[in-house]
Ligand binder design. Structure first.
Ligand SMILES: CC(C)(COP(=O)(O)OP(=O)(O)OC[C@H]1O[C@@H](n2cnc3c(N)ncnc32)[C@H](O)[C@@H]1OP(=O)(O)O)[C@@H](O)C(=O)NCCC(=O)NCCS
Length: 168
């Protein structure tokens, strides 16, 4: 369990499945994927996040409003898949419900997840990457004070990606 001034970040529970799936059914939130995820894909993702958390001590977690427990989004660190251009590495990522944008929740939760990864899980370097037209996500990386890696860009489906790094 990770707590910040405004947020609660904890392992997934059954009650998170519905809001997690609703977020992944919102075209505005999913614009970077250019497709939506159905409930089965969402449940499979939660299972994968949980599996990494059990094995490694870190993973993607639901982010909740501390005052009322409302689901705001997810944030956390995951190993990049073996066939990814940045592998082997671990990556921090985030996705928030549309209503939760513009409150600083992504930055607040990511800062706490990085602190957890570095100080509780022994990580020394964490990447973060996004499509170069995902300004909102890149702005989170900048707010966190991550370092831009000029020489680590790649292109996927016609979109160049930007890569940042956090070091302990
Ligand atoms: C990427 C994403 C998580 C960014 O969310 P966000 O809310 O813009 O990011 P932050 O949490 O850093 O919030 C910063 C904003 O909150 C505002 N804010 C309001 N109150 C604040 C507070 N108390 N503290 C900090 N910031 C605050 C900031 O001024 C800033 O506003 P701006 O957007 O007008 O510049 C969100 O847009 C999203 O979920 N996008 C879709 C999924 C996605 O692209 N994920 C990343 C894939 S790589």
């Amino acid at each position: 369990m990770i707590e910040t001034d405004r947020l609660l970040i904890r392992p997934f529970r059954d009650e998170d499945r519905v809001p997690f799936a609703a977020m992944h059914a919102d075209p505005e939130v999913m614009w970077d994927y250019e497709r939506l995820f159905d409930r089965a894909e969402c449940d499979a993702r939660i299972a994968r996040y949980d599996d990494f958390y059990r094995r490694l001590g870190f993973g993607r977690f639901p982010v909740l409003d501390k005052r009322d427990g409302v689901f705001l989004g997810y944030c956390g660190i995951m190993p990049t898949p073996d066939d990814h251009p940045m592998a082997p590495a671990v990556e921090i990522g985030w996705r928030f419900t549309r209503k939760s944008w513009g409150h600083g929740y992504a930055t607040e939760s990511a800062r706490a997840c990085l602190d957890h990864g570095f100080n509780q899980c022994g990580l020394t370097e964490v990447l973060s990457y996004t499509r170069n037209d995902n300004t909102r996500s890149e702005n989170v990386m900048k707010r966190l004070g991550l370092t831009f890696l000029h020489d680590r860009s790649w292109t996927h489906a016609g979109h160049p990606y930007v890569v940042y790094i956090a070091r302990r």
